[in-house]
Design a protein around this ligand. Sequence first.
Ligand code: ZN
Length: 187
Amino acid sequence: MDESKFCTGCGKPIEPGMQFCPQCGMVVSGSAADEQFKENEKEIRGILIQSRRNWLIFFLAIYAIPVIIAAIIALVDASSSANAIWENDSFQKWLSEHHISMTVNDIQNYITGAATMALLSGICACVSLVCVYLRKKWIVAVIACFAAAILCVWSIFGIIIGFLVGWMIITSKDVFDDWPEGTETEE
Ligand SMILES: [Zn+2]
C-alpha cells in the first residue's frame, strides 16, 4: 500500500501514508480514512434499509391481520348477518322504495363473496409481508401486494394505500437483494 499514488480528485501525487490529498482534501482511496468512510456508509445504508423494511412490515401487517380476522368472522357469520339485515325494517323499506327484489339468500351470497375477496386480499398481503420479512422474492412481494390492493374492491382508500405500498416495495429492491454485510442477519 506504500507505493506512490495519485489523487483520484485532482491527479496530484500522494505521499505514502497520507489519508487526504493536501491539494484538494479528497480522501485517499485505500487509506484508513477511506476504509472508515466506507464502513460508515455501509452502516448508514444498513440502518436505512432496516427502517424501510420495518415500515413495509408495519403497513402490510396493519392491513392483513384485521382484514383476515374480519373476513373469517364475516364468512362464519354470513347467514345470521344476512338474516339480521333482512329483518331490519329500514332495509325492507329501502328495498320497496327502490323496487329492488332481493332474497335473504342474495344478501348472504353477497356477504360471502365480499368476505372471500377480503380473505384473499389479506392472504396476498400476508404473502408479501413474509417475503419482506425474509428479504426474499422481491417480485413475489410486489405482485402479492398489488393483488391484495386490486382485491380490496370494497374500499377505494384501501386500493390507493395498497398501490402506494406496492410502489414502496418496487423501489425497495435493496431490502431484498444485496443485504449489506456486517449488519445483523437472522436465519
Ligand atoms: Zn487532490
